[in-house]
Write a protein that binds this ligand. Sequence first.
Ligand SMILES: Cc1cc2nc3c(=O)[nH]c(=O)nc-3n(C[C@H](O)[C@H](O)[C@H](O)COP(=O)(O)OP(=O)(O)OC[C@H]3O[C@@H](n4cnc5c(N)ncnc54)[C@H](O)[C@@H]3O)c2cc1C
Length: 336
Amino acid sequence: MTSIPRREFISISTKATAFLLMPSPLATFLNYNAMTNKNHFDVIIIGGSYAGLAAAMALGRALKKVLVVDDGKPCNRQTPHSHNFLTNDGKAPAEIAALANQQVSRYDSVSFLSGRAITAEKTEAGFKVLLAGREIFTAKKLVFATGIKDLLAPISGLAECWGISVIHCPYCHGYEVRNEKTGILGNGDTAFDFTKLISNWAKDLTVFTNGTATFNSDQIEKLLEHRIEVIDRQIEKLEQSDGHLRHIIFKDGTSAAIKALYAPAPFEQHCKIPESLGCEMTEEGYIKIDSSLETTIKGVFAIGDNASKMRTVANAIAMGTSAGMMISKKMIMEAF
Ligand SMILES: Cc1cc2nc3c(=O)[nH]c(=O)nc-3n(C[C@H](O)[C@H](O)[C@H](O)COP(=O)(O)OP(=O)(O)OC[C@H]3O[C@@H](n4cnc5c(N)ncnc54)[C@H](O)[C@@H]3O)c2cc1C
């Protein structure tokens, strides 16, 4: 799937845009800085997917000068259909993002830059952000809407199926595969609890432990009671075509026909800048935020998947909108 389309910059003068398109990034920054002095923003939002764009809309509507920096790698980019987001149920993720982009682009004070932020540091007046290509931008407040990165099990074929027939969440995709022969990849207490949940959607369910099962005898009994088989053979690969799972092939040469496989994955932060700025993290690996969505570093906010377990487009947008409103109000009060 292609990345979300981004305009290089909007609502910056044509002259500045021309300089930004010059071949040398350093020359670009120097010229741009000298000619326009438009490298300073009220708020820089790093990450311009659902959470970031929602924050940009609320801030743009509050007349704040905003820069959205995004390198086009939202976590759901491989999934063909996004579900459980009212008004957009079943749409392609990129279609939702394109519409969001188009609507935020209407606000003159919001500018977009396609690229990766690589460092950020606190200054007396706020924050300085360095982008890949060496452009530097400054802002009074910083918002991270950078998402998380799934660390997929190193099983051949799994990455190709991710978001298509290998799924992480029943609330996003369980309804669509409710009648399919379904597997769960996992083991032990976490997999047992997850299996209980998934049994709501899947009636033909098998747990693949990919090696010796670590369920206790009560758990095994309960699984049998619900006619849920446990297969502990080691997995060689997933046989698939265009991301659609056909068989799990085991190392002993046997196979199991399967249409959908739940494989919840551990994750890491997609962007390490918050940690290097000194933002505290939770034990589970999310950025720690308070009820204003502010991190433990004053003036730095985190929204969406990077700071919340409720991993949905709707939640990312809700957090973005709330952050945009709260940050702008804070700035209005501070400036009055
Ligand atoms: C396979 C899959 C399927 C899903 N299906 C559904 C579904 O059906 N329904 C649903 O509601 N939810 C679904 N989700 C969850 C949903 O996609 C996320 O909750 C949502 O994308 C979170 O939005 P976000 O803006 O926080 O992060 P993301 O959408 O992940 O976006 C983060 C953005 O930040 C950018 N970024 C990160 N670091 C930097 C940096 N340093 N510089 C510049 N840019 C940066 C990334 O490139 C990316 O564009 C799915 C998730 C996955 C993994």
